[in-house]
Design a binder for this molecule. Structure first.
Ligand SMILES: NC(=O)c1ccc[n+]([C@@H]2O[C@H](COP(=O)([O-])OP(=O)(O)OC[C@H]3O[C@@H](n4cnc5c(N)ncnc54)[C@H](OP(=O)(O)O)[C@@H]3O)[C@@H](O)[C@H]2O)c1
Length: 329
């Protein structure tokens, strides 16, 4: 998991992010005026802050009924979204993605209050200052950045709460270019709690983003074998001036705030690929796509190798079953 050294410490990761911003070239396209989300139900996690909050505002402006699945900011962030978009079609549902029971409860709330979703955006993510255990004994970053999305999406799909066979239904997963950093999967350690301090955090973050994008690709393969039933897309928004570095040591905070505000993109601007992947008719019926900013890219080859996707799927199933949260296939 040491990586190829572009993202394996916070300073290199920041510099790589900024350099990549300037390297990005060919745009996949633009949202058109006709790309509206009127009548569509769009759920987005982590929409109390940063990229998720900015995306929620713009999704609402495109006419979507936006379901903000959050653990903080109820109701004030929802009011902020209403004010910014002029839309009243905003609902807020509580979820703590560190807790399987809370995710299960979110799915029950979707079932009871919302009904089948057109677009689900898994956006929440953390960079933890140090290793912490969830009540199930998992490492928090592993749970929020990977396992929670696996569990949430699988539960939604098992209960038919994501529309299928509609050319515009989508699952959009917010990943990171840092998924390219790990050299290999470490299957032997899968799910095992690992101590880490801020120095190793960025490497682990990249590793969990590799797991996430590998799952996204495998999910697409399973859902869209012969024809597209639900599009599965993933993206990296590039460096975003958000609260993602909130757990960095206090001594670095002023410097990070300065670098973020000078070189990173505003959440409003960074939301462009989230909006495009959620609403563009150009992507109707497409089964799989990955974008960095507005550029189409291939993900790391490890993530698209079928043997890795299958292995990850099986290990994730075994893990959640062993913890007492089986989904069943
Ligand atoms: N910022 C970047 O440069 C960058 C670059 C590439 C990819 N990304 C990805 O972009 C996504 C959004 O991050 P951001 O930059 O917008 O960071 P952010 O401002 O820190 O937002 C993260 C969001 O995730 C939520 N979240 C964290 N833990 C949660 C939990 N246990 N349960 C429910 N929600 C939880 C946070 O909720 P609370 O506010 O309640 O904690 C917050 O709404 C992440 O997936 C991140 O990995 C960011």
């Amino acid at each position: 998991m040491e990586g190829n050294s572009q993202y394996n410490n916070p300073v290199k990761a920041t510099l790589t992010g900024i350099t990549n911003l300037f390297k990005s070239k060919e745009r996949v396209g633009e949202l058109k005026e006709s790309d509206r989300l009127d009548g569509k139900k769009v759920l987005i996690t982590g929409s109390s802050s940063g990229l998720g909050l900015a995306s929620a505002k713009q999704l609402a402006s495109l006419g979507a009924e936006v379901i903000m699945a959050v653990r903080s900011g109820i109701p004030e962030k929802g009011e902020e979204v209403k004010k910014a978009s002029g839309s009243e079609k905003i609902q807020m549902l509580y979820v703590d993605l560190l807790d399987f029971n809370s995710i299960k409860d979110l799915v029950e709330q979707v079932k009871g209050k919302i009904g089948p979703l057109d677009v689900v955006i898994c956006n929440a993510g953390i960079v933890a200052g140090k290793a912490r255990k969830t009540k199930d004994g998992l490492e928090e970053m592993f749970m929020v950045n990977y396992v929670s999305s696996f569990y949430f999406l699988r539960l939604l799909l098992a209960q038919n709460l994501i529309k299928k066979n509609d050319p515009a239904s989508r699952i959009v997963i917010v990943d990171s270019e840092s998924h390219r950093d790990p050299k290999a999967f470490n299957w032997d350690d899968f799910g095992k709690f690992k101590e880490h301090k801020i120095g190793q955090t960025v490497s682990l973050y990249g590793y969990y983003k590799l797991l996430l994008v590998t799952f996204a690709h495998e999910l697409s393969r399973r859902l869209n074998d012969e024809q597209t039933t639900v599009s599965v897309f993933s993206l990296c928004p590039g460096p975003v001036n958000s609260n993602i570095a909130r757990e960095a040591p206090a001594i670095f905070q002023p410097l990070l705030k300065l670098v973020f505000s000078l070189f990173f993109r505003s959440p409003e601007k960074a939301a462009e690929p989230v909006l495009y992947m959620s609403a563009s008719a150009d992507l109707n019926n497409k089964s799989w796509d990955y974008m960095f900013l507005m550029e189409r890219k291939n993900v790391d080859p490890k993530a698209t190798e079928q043997a890795n996707g299958v292995k990850l799927w099986n290990l994730s199933n075994e893990l959640i079953t062993s913890l007492g949260y089986p989904i069943g296939d």
